[in-house]
Design a protein around this ligand. Structure first.
Ligand code: ATP
Ligand code: MG
Length: 147
């Protein structure tokens, strides 16, 4: 069934904002007009929440995370961007693999299993989409879904 992405993302924004405020982080959303996609709302929300969990978990206080939705060349793009520690170039190709974690000891302290992004990738592909990451170490990470 068609899902209106801006309203959907506003819902996620209001549910997730308190956990960002609690960490003294800002959560922004940029989405204009109405953008319709074919998606399972429960699974699609799981995608975005996993990305937001990471954005919060791997960032410091005082930084912002931003979700953005836009159309380009007939495709719909959804980005989740943070200003956190970032992901080293050599690890970027592996972060979607099951149980892969960049810094084993630090990650252990933060909790989690290294499954989040593997699930995200599977769910994105089940929706006919692709997900990529780009990052500059120390400056943040951007995950981009293209539908
Ligand atoms: P889980 O999501 O299962 O609780 P996790 O967060 O460690 O555990 P993933 O979400 O799959 O697992 O992420 C894999 C690894 O990629 C993380 O351990 C972390 O090292 C790195 N990573 C993921 N997202 C970010 C991000 N936004 N900024 C920096 N590093 C990230
Ligand atoms: Mg995670």
């Amino acid at each position: 069934e068609p899902l209106e992405l801006c309203a959907f993302m506003r819902g996620i924004h209001s549910r997730m904002a308190p956990s960002f405020t609690e960490k003294k982080m800002a959560l922004n959303l940029v989405c204009h007009g109405e953008v319709y996609i074919e998606a399972d709302p429960v699974r699609f929300e799981q995608i975005i929440i996993n990305l937001l969990d990471n954005a919060r978990k791997y960032s410091e206080e005082g930084t912002a995370a931003t979700m953005q939705v836009f159309k380009k060349n007939g495709h719909i793009h959804i980005t989740v961007m943070d200003e956190g520690k970032g992901i080293p170039e050599e690890d970027q190709a592996w972060v979607f693999d099951r149980f892969y974690r960049v810094d084993k000891s630090r990650s252990k302290a933060l909790g989690g299993s290294g499954l989040g992004l593997a699930i995200v990738k599977e769910l994105v592909e089940a929706h006919g989409g692709k997900i990529t990451v780009r990052s500059e170490l120390g400056k943040g990470a951007t995950f981009e879904i293209i539908l």
